[in-house]
Design a protein around this ligand. Sequence first.
Ligand code: SF4
Length: 63
Amino acid sequence: MESTALPGDLDEEDPAEPPNLLAEPAGCPFAHRCPHATPTCHTEAPPTHTFTPDHRTRCWLYA
Ligand code: SF4
């Protein structure tokens, strides 16, 4: 099945390098490995964007 994940999807997971939940970063927890990261991603937590009631994301690309 083809993935429909978008950058910042809350359900997106990378078992090879999960975010450290004990050391919350200042910005987006995926900023250090996201190819779309901007300087804002490293300093400010992204807002939640709702596509549908069952599909939300936290990503500056959709702010
Ligand atoms: S907020 Fe920035 S770092 Fe996080 S997934 Fe979106 S583009 Fe990537």
